[in-house]
Design a binder for this molecule. Structure first.
Ligand code: IMP
Ligand code: MG
Length: 183
């Protein structure tokens, strides 16, 4: 799906496909360096992080394990409920592992801070976070996010894994929707 396919549903593009690619390369280089002589387990948060996980992991030169978790914090709407549920848990035992959580976006930070607490209680050797997008609202929560793709303004965004009511995840860029889509 591209900009043309979006028609009037697209308001604006915030991060182009090229910008995503360039930033993914930089993040992968950094992660390769930081985990050069050790174990790395990427934990992707479904469903939003599918694109970041796929693209980031393929740019790493070091081997890594991958596992997935599905949590839900939003209903069909556009604001966080603050209530987090595990819909699907990890297969892998993470105790003693170097875990890197891979996220699409940190908005309120509620989901991630809950997830970090949950994973930390399982005894990983280390726990870090990589997110493609961080919004300014994320600073309300005390979170140490090591790898950030883009700091974007406080707007609802779609594309590159991010959805509005399950749509627009397959856009290769990140953008905002026109007001009429929400009506
Ligand atoms: P948080 O708990 O508010 O940080 O966000 C939790 C989850 O809500 C994220 O992992 C996303 O799946 C989703 N989310 C937050 N902001 C947006 C957005 O702007 N567009 C689409 N999904 C979002
Ligand atoms: Mg997410």
């Amino acid at each position: 799906m591209d900009q043309q396919d979006m028609g009037t549903a697209l308001e604006k593009v915030l991060v182009t496909e090229e910008q995503l690619e360039e930033r993914l390369g930089e993040l992968a280089r950094q992660i390769d360096e930081d985990y050069a002589d050790g174990d790395l387990l990427l934990v992707g948060v479904l469903k939003g992080a599918v694109m970041v996980m796929a693209d980031l992991s393929r740019r790493l030169h070091n081997p890594c394990d991958m596992d997935w978790m599905a949590v839900s914090s939003y209903g069909a709407g556009t604001t966080s409920s603050g209530v987090v549920r595990i819909l699907m848990d990890l297969d892998i035992d993470i105790s003693g592992r170097n875990v890197l959580i891979v996220e699409d976006v940190i908005d309120s930070g509620l989901t991630l801070s809950w997830l970090c607490g949950n994973l930390r209680s399982r005894g990983p050797a280390s726990l870090e976070v990589c997110t493609m997008v961080r919004k300014p609202t994320a600073f309300d929560v005390d979170l140490d996010v090591k790898y950030v793709g883009f700091d974007l303004p406080d707007e609802f965004i779609v594309g590159y894994g991010l959805d509005y009511a399950e749509k627009y995840r397959n856009l290769p860029f990140i953008g905002t929707l026109a007001q009429h889509v929400y009506e």
